[in-house]
Write a protein that binds this ligand. Structure first.
Ligand code: SF4
Ligand code: SF4
Length: 325
């Protein structure tokens, strides 16, 4: 049977997660996000299109990529390589140069780079293919009461695909969850609500201006959507990435907890900052924005310890608190 239904762009499938909803879960990460959070640990999730990742440390200098690049983005040290010549040879033994500005992310070089130095982030999948791929973990779902969680990027930025995957998976009898930062039209929520058992909804900050400075957007649409979702769905878990210099003060975290409690939410997950994704920015040719803050970044253990100190006061609001994930 040929794949049918809406298609979407996915950048990762992570199996055996125990933090993103009940039981053992498989997370399907959808590519593309309307926010641009300075701390984003998945920079490959941000663009809605496929893009080239290049790791010079893996390059064995075979020069095959220069011969297939149609734009001359990969050139020999003597500027003779590339340009779609097809030869892959260069008169020079000088190292290849990569000009990312000329790259159109066609993927030709990634297809022939046997060393794995060049790879493409993102692949198009039909909803049917995505469901089949996730269902390979069916035995784990059966044993644990787990299921599928859609993550991102922002999965609700691809609402037709997200809804079709959730619907197809739910029809198999397993639980469905969706992680969202909430900055999408409300109509996108309406498409997935009937098919999602759980929403994991980010509350990053209560101050619209600070939210905009660190994520690129203010809180207005997010807040409106959360208020509507509370009226439309009964299983919503608040999630807060705890980021140094952004929302890690006691006052800011308390304000976030107050907002969650005022909306009647019963659970909040705090996700301490980590810098694990910083190396991925290099591979994509982008600077790591957290570095631009020019501050000493505390370790994850330090932030977790701080959260443990605040846990009791936050629980006093009637919230079940989880730290980490
Ligand atoms: S094909 Fe891969 S290993 Fe060969 S030169 Fe290009 S990047 Fe390096
Ligand atoms: S992905 Fe970029 S660098 Fe690679 S062949 Fe295509 S244009 Fe050239």
């Amino acid at each position: 049977m040929s794949p049918s239904g809406p298609s979407g762009i996915v950048f990762n499938i992570q199996r055996h997660s125990i933090h993103d909803g009940p039981g053992i879960r498989t997370i399907l990460f959808l590519k593309g996000c309307p926010l641009s959070c300075l701390w984003c640990s998945n920079p490959e999730s941000q663009l809605f299109t496929r893009e080239l990742s290049f790791n010079p440390a893996k390059c064995i200098g075979c020069r095959a990529c220069a011969g297939v690049c149609p734009t001359g983005a990969i050139r020999g040290g003597d500027d003779s390589g590339g340009g779609g010549s097809g030869s892959g040879d260069s008169d020079s033994n000088a190292p290849l140069r990569f000009e990312r500005g000329l790259c159109v992310s066609c993927g030709a070089c990634a297809g022939i780079c046997y060393a794995g130095a060049r790879s493409m982030e993102g692949r198009e999948m039909s909803a049917e293919e995505a469901v089949e791929e996730v269902c390979r973990d069916e035995p784990f779902f059966r044993r644990s009461g787990g299921g599928l969680t859609l993550g991102g990027g922002e999965p609700l930025a691809q609402p037709e695909f997200a809804a079709a995957v959730l619907r197809g998976f739910k029809a198999r009898g397993f639980s469905t969850a969706i992680e969202t930062a909430g900055h999408v039209p409300w109509e996108n929520f309406l498409q997935v609500i009937p098919h999602a058992d759980y929403f994991l909804f980010d509350i990053k900050h209560t101050d619209p201006d600070k939210h905009k400075r660190f994520t690129g957007e203010d809180t207005r649409l997010i807040q409106e959507n959360l208020e509507k979702l509370v009226r439309a769905h009964s299983h919503i878990i608040a999630r807060t990435p705890v980021i140094p210099g952004f929302n890690d003060s006691g006052a800011e975290l308390s304000a976030i907890a107050d907002r969650a409690a005022a909306l009647g939410l019963k659970e909040i997950d705090f996700l301490p900052y980590h810098g694990y994704g910083s190396g991925k920015y290099d591979l994509l040719g982008r600077p790591y924005p957290m570095k631009t803050l020019g501050m000493e970044l505390p370790g994850t253990a330090q932030i977790s310890a701080r959260l443990e100190e605040l846990k009791t006061t936050i629980e006093a609001r009637g919230l079940k608190v989880q730290i980490g994930g």
